[in-house]
Design a protein around this ligand. Structure first.
Ligand SMILES: *Cc1c(COP(=O)(O)O)cnc(C)c1O
Length: 427
């Protein structure tokens, strides 16, 4: 499929029906697959023949959707996971174990920060966090002997920082390690990180890819570009895996070494796969992704302009605004738009922000972003409600901050709703 343009791939990659077969990717809601002889099945286990035997490892619906996303990102292979959290966990854990170290940008999703800073530390994996705006010297100084990977988010949730992918890739490669990038917010429609030197891409497909807020899911995509044999850091890939027939992934699977290990070792042992039903829904979302992302970005830019002109709003953060600190770097990495997510401050602080939210009629109050319906979240009164104003400031979450995920409704209706709620909050 690789010669087609992105919109065409969104519809056709991953599944090509043969004569008389279903036009739409079927849901293979089956845990297992039937064989006529135990000899045939034995060959599958010995890796002598290819075929399905158990859905935790392979399923035709899941695999077709993974192949589509691999094609959209320009990678050699992908694996779907049961959530975005699982995707980031496996992306790191596939090449890191106790005693290893990772360099990560500070501008990442709160759930990912917790996964790294608390849970992976408990497993013995150490992290150094660096500002996405750090100098090359500061970035290089974060590496240690045992560093195995660098991690960042193309467009961070919720702070909307744009990662300088080339800067991070250059430092990673100079130290012989891959760059893993979470590309959830821009999606491959607005940014393809492999083109700038990233080696592994992850997504929470829960967001724009699914797009309709039906299914939690994630994906890991392998560019196939990183040379795991250039040093002795990746023994899990370059020496025999006793738990899997003594296979040496780099020898047997070449460019597909990383993603194959992720499936046959990590999914086998840890099992965080999506249901085929969820993969089917994700696939429907992917079919219209380019249309929706374009509309989200158009609407968000109009809303950001409206908010920045309102006297009831103290500040607006949206990388598409010419006045935004991220505008220039966003133009480089996401020339067609960033995402539908905006953050802004309501005049009057925490109390006014709460009143504004409660006065909204069309936009819903949801712990979610990036689906087709407009929604808002006020971190100070929900996800961060136990923090004082001073602690919020330290966490980079102002008490008046409202995170607005602009949907694909008619933008006039969205703005009218914001206007009446801002007016109510100012009373
Ligand atoms: C939501 C999100 C995640 C976590 O994904 P889930 O599907 O909720 O597990 C990870 N990274 C980013 C950037 C996200 O927005």
């Amino acid at each position: 499929m690789s010669d087609y343009k992105l919109s065409t791939k969104c519809l056709h990659s991953g599944y090509t029906p043969k004569n008389g077969e279903p036009r739409v990717l079927p849901i293979y809601q089956s845990t297992t697959y039937k064989y006529d002889s135990s000899v045939e099945m034995g060959k599958l286990f010995d890796l002598e023949a290819e075929g399905y035997f158990y859905t935790r490892l392979q399923n035709p619906t899941n695999d077709a959707v993974a192949a589509k996303i691999a094609d959209l990102e320009g990678g050699v292979g992908a694996v779907l996971t049961s959530s975005g959290q699982a995707a980031n966990f496996f992306a790191v854990f596939n090449i890191c174990s106790a005693g290893d170290h990772v360099v990560s940008s500070t501008a990442i999703y709160g759930g990912t920060f917790n996964l790294f800073n608390v849970t992976l530390r408990k497993l013995g994996i150490d992290f150094t966090f660096v500002s996405p705006d750090c100098t090359e010297a500061e970035l290089n100084a974060a590496f240690k002997e045992n560093t195995k990977a660098v991690f960042g988010e193309t467009l961070s949730n919720p702070s909307l920082n744009v990662l300088d992918i080339e800067k991070f890739a250059k430092a990673a490669h100079a130290h012989g390690v891959p760059l893993i990038v979470d590309n959830t917010f821009p999606t491959p429609v607005n940014c393809r990180p492999f083109a700038f030197g990233a080696d592994i891409v992850t997504h929470s497909t829960t967001k724009y890819m699914d797009g309709h807020a039906t299914s939690v899911g994630g994906v890991i995509v392998d560019s196939g570009n990183f040379d795991w044999t250039q040093n002795d850091k990746y023994e899990g890939l370059t020496t025999p895996d006793d738990s899997y027939h003594g296979v040496t992934y780099t020898e047997r699977f070449g460019k597909g070494a990383y993603i194959t290990k992720c499936v046959v070792q990590l999914m086998r042992d840890l099992g965080s796969i999506p249901s085929p039903q969820n993969a089917f829904l994700l696939n429907l979302g992917l079919e219209t992704l380019p249309l929706r992302v374009k509309k989200h970005c158009e609407n968000a830019l109009a809303v950001a302009r409206y908010l920045s002109e309102s006297d009831k709003v103290t500040w607006v953060s949206y990388p598409g605004l010419e006045t935004d600190s991220q505008y220039e770097i966003a133009k480089k990495y996401m020339p067609d738009g960033t995402s539908g997510v905006i953050s802004f401050g309501v005049k009057g602080g925490r109390e006014a922000a709460t009143k504004f939210m409660d006065s909204l009629a069309l936009a819903g109050i949801c712990t979610h972003v990036a689906d087709c319906r407009t929604c808002v979240l006020h971190p100070a009164s929900t996800t961060h409600r136990q923090l004082s104003d001073e602690q919020l400031e330290e966490a980079g979450v102002k008490s008046d901050l409202v995170r607005l995920s602009v949907g694909i409704e008619d933008v006039e209706d969205i703005i009218a709703d914001l206007e009446q709620a801002l007016t109510a909050a100012a009373r």
